[in-house]
Design a protein around this ligand. Structure first.
Ligand code: PHE
Ligand code: CO
Length: 297
């Protein structure tokens, strides 16, 4: 533990924003949050909770209540950890910003979820390039209360440590799986499609866009299809993958050995983010309205 927690943000250069990585684990400096910090949390919390009624999966909304997260103040990691410990054995750890990939995997494999301790400024309410406390805590933490999802996250971390030994291409395959599930996943329920991906859950615009817009594709989850599909980080997604339940996600990823799968995918052209393939199970074929015609990356 370092004594003073720093706020490590992306740097603006003449090539645009570049991410800055930091490995320190810090105690959440809760007393240092300003009135404005708590107000940003409260404003975002109220806004998202309202939007997410009937849009987020029930497991997410129920877990958030069970953990006692509210708009009143920025939650204390220590208090959330009491609930997590009891439910699934997960533990939140404070970090200063983005972790290097391998360090991130190692924490997940140890059932430690890194949460950025600092929150965005009021002028960044609607968009911030990097993960902050609101994204990490509001978006990711509630589902760690769900036993299946909790096990998926740990197995993903262990799988990441392992994929690192297979080379950059396998790592890219696995990173796409995280992107299209943990960050931007949709889940089919008897009441209709719902959101479980944290990147959507912490975004006002995308929470509505991903379910209601005619523009994006919504396609049934297939693990190899997902691992070959490119993605963009700076616009709404062109394609969302829909799981039938956390059971399906678990069975398709945790049980199988990915080594032969990585071998099979080696050297293959990635699938463009916007593509719909003949073998896809299509919930909705996107109109593509509003998409940038500048390729996927
Ligand atoms: N089963 C995968 C492997 O053999 C690991 C993994 C688990 C990957 C869960 C993603 C999610 O490498
Ligand atoms: Co995230």
């Amino acid at each position: 533990m370092t004594s003073e927690a720093r706020r490590v943000e992306h740097q603006m250069t003449d090539k645009g924003y570049v991410p800055v990585y930091t490995t320190a684990v810090v105690a959440q400096p809760w007393a240092s949050y300003s009135v404005a910090d708590h107000a940003v949390w409260g404003q975002l919390f109220r806004r998202q909770r309202e939007i997410l009624q009937g849009r987020a999966c029930p497991e997410f909304l129920d877990a958030m209540d069970a953990m006692g997260m509210s708009d009143a103040r920025i939650p204390k990691f220590e208090e959330l950890n009491v609930h997590l410990q009891k439910a699934t054995g997960w533990k939140l750890i404070g970090v200063e910003g983005l972790l290097p990939e391998l360090t991130f995997f190692e924490h997940l494999a140890a059932r430690e979820f890194p949460v950025t301790w600092w929150i965005r400024r009021p002028d960044q309410i609607d968009y911030i390039a990097e993960p902050d406390l609101f994204h990490d805590l509001f978006g990711h933490v509630p589902l760690l209360m769900n036993p299946l999802f909790a096990d998926y996250m740990q197995a993903y971390g262990a799988g990441g440590v392992r994929a690192s030994t297979f080379g950059a291409e396998s790592l890219a395959n696995l990173t796409r799986l995280y992107w299209y599930t943990v960050e931007f996943g949709l889940i089919d329920t008897p009441a209709g499609l719902r959101i479980y991906g944290a990147g959507i859950l912490s975004s006002k615009g995308e929470s509505i866009h991903c379910l209601e817009s005619a523009a994006p594709n919504r396609i049934g989850f297939d693990v190899q299809r997902v691992m070959q599909t490119r993605y963009r980080i700076d616009t709404y997604q062109k394609t969302y993958f829909v799981i039938e339940g956390f059971e399906q996600l678990f069975k398709a990823t945790v049980d199988p050995d990915f080594a032969p799968l990585y071998d099979r995918m080696r050297g293959a052209e990635p699938i463009p983010a916007a593509a719909v393939l003949d073998r896809d199970r299509v919930f909705n074929r996107g109109t593509g309205e509003g998409w940038l015609a500048d390729g996927d990356v």
